[in-house]
Design a protein. Structure first.
Length: 456
């Protein structure tokens, strides 16, 4: 029985169905859509239950005539499987199993104390009301200063849009720019929300390729050859989730040369890991190259740099006209970002940077431990990531599929990681391990992997 049907039956829903008859299960599975489908069914079921309003302890029989049809577009929405593996890992822990969590992309550190205090003080000072959709002036100015400091860019307040996390910048920008049929070049393997959102709006995803043997170097020639008059948006992500690869300045210069030839092409440069680069490398933004500033959106935020994932705070820097449109989507969706969170963001950017720098040094230390450790596991080969906090080993030597390994490692070894296919079809043969975890836990994970696969 297919999983979506199984879950519908388990929930007593037989009549809820997707309006789209064209939903292909194979493609859906590749994108993690199967789970999205189940989630929708589950959410619908609880909504329907609430609407019919019995006490939670006394569920009433469902109205057999009830038939809720989801919008067709929901069939194209993907998801981020990290949250699903986390839920499965937590369920195993609740049964008393020991799990090392290397699946989720979030720093294990606390938000720096002065930032927490600024947020708490802001609450006490009454920053508890709606704020302007594009963000409060103090934070937009602090972000403009940050752009000058980190990228040498002169940015005005009205070129900055603040959002609840960096993710809404992706969501809003794609909604604002991409029409059905427009081509969007995006990294594959890459952050799964790119492909999910491109498909959601009816765009045509055009994958960028990487060379695993060369530390996940971007195939710049392939990318350049794929850009054409129909390409509306080029998404770049450096440092990369999931590979940890970095696109160097010389490569960006070649890409920019081609972009300048295409008057309708806009670049979305996802720089959320910009402060997490190692080996003396310096982050470089394509927006700083001639002619690129006026057609580039920089996405950055606080989640990774300041260990603020749960605060939900991110931003985009873009031409002012575009910023107005992106903020208009915010007005229509979340209205604004919480004021006290934004005040904490001001403290993060303008206050001492020692905690953020110490985190980066610690990630660097762990990076070496995990790369050496993974390379000692039979069937694994791990290139050294240059940025972010992910290792993306090639596991083809084990002779097993990535998704199968993801399940086996969780169930049989107690190591939670993600299948490379969670990041697109070209992630087959790879696993993603987040090393945002303590050295002791990383060493324990390696010990378990060596015990399971053997050593080399
Ligand atoms: C590449 C990339 N972009 C954007 C985001 C969004 O980050 P957030 O919404 O937590 O700020 C993430 C989070 O994992 C990411 O990995």
């Amino acid at each position: 029985m297919p999983p979506a049907k199984a879950s519908a039956v388990a929930l007593g829903i037989r009549r809820v169905r997707f309006a789209s008859g064209t939903f292909g299960m194979d493609r859906a599975r590749a994108q993690g859509l199967t789970r999205a489908r189940e989630t929708s069914l589950i959410r619908l079921s609880s909504r329907a239950r609430t609407a019919r309003a019995p006490a939670p302890s006394a569920p009433q029989p469902r109205d057999p005539s009830l038939m809720i049809r989801l919008a067709k577009r929901m069939a194209d929405l993907g998801t981020e499987t990290a949250f699903e593996v986390l839920a499965r890992a937590k369920a195993l822990e609740a049964q008393g199993r020991s799990i090392v969590h290397l699946q989720i992309g979030e720093p294990d550190f606390d938000t720096p104390a002065h930032v927490v205090e600024a947020g708490a003080q802001a609450l006490r000072n009454g920053h508890t009301h709606y704020t302007p959709s594009p963000g409060i002036p103090e934070l937009r100015d602090a972000i403009a200063e940050e752009m000058k400091k980190t990228r040498g860019l002169a940015v005005a307040r009205d070129e900055v849009v603040v959002t609840p996390g960096g993710k809404p910048i992706l969501f809003n920008v794609i909604l604002v720019l991409v029409d059905p049929g427009d081509e969007v070049s995006y990294p594959n393997p890459g952050f799964p929300i790119y492909e999910s959102m491109i498909r959601f709006v009816g765009g045509k995803p055009v994958p960028q390729r990487f060379d695993a043997a060369k530390g996940f170097e971007l195939d710049v020639d392939g990318l350049i050859a794929s850009l054409n008059e129909k390409t509306k948006l080029l998404i770049l992500n450096s440092p990369s989730n999931p590979t940890g690869g970095v696109i160097r300045r010389a490569e960006l210069e070649r890409i920019a040369e081609r972009v300048r030839e295409l008057p309708n092409l806009v670049v979305l440069s996802d720089e959320i890991y910009s402060r997490l680069v190692y080996d003396g490398e310096k982050h470089f933004s394509i927006a700083t190259l001639p002619g690129m500033r006026e057609r580039t959106i920089i996405l950055d935020g606080f989640s990774k740099t300041y260990a603020m994932t749960g605060w939900r705070l991110g931003y985009g820097v873009m031409p002012a006209d575009l910023a107005k449109m992106v903020a208009k989507i915010t007005t229509n969706s979340t209205s604004c970002t919480a004021g006290f969170t934004q005040m904490a963001g001001v403290a993060a950017l303008r206050g001492p940077q020692d905690s953020a720098e110490a985190m980066c040094r610690e990630f660097d230390k762990r990076r070496k431990i995990i790369v050496d450790g993974l390379n000692s596991v039979k069937g694994f080969h791990c290139a050294t990531p240059k940025g972010a906090f992910y290792a993306f080993p090639d596991v083809r030597g084990t002779g097993r599929k990535s998704k199968e390994l993801e399940g086996a490692l969780l169930d049989e070894c107690g190591v939670a990681c993600l299948s490379g296919t969670s990041f697109g079809a070209s992630g087959e043969g790879f696993l993603r391990f987040s090393y945002a975890n303590s050295v002791a836990n990383l060493e324990e994970a390696i010990r378990r992997l060596r015990a399971y696969f053997g050593t080399q």
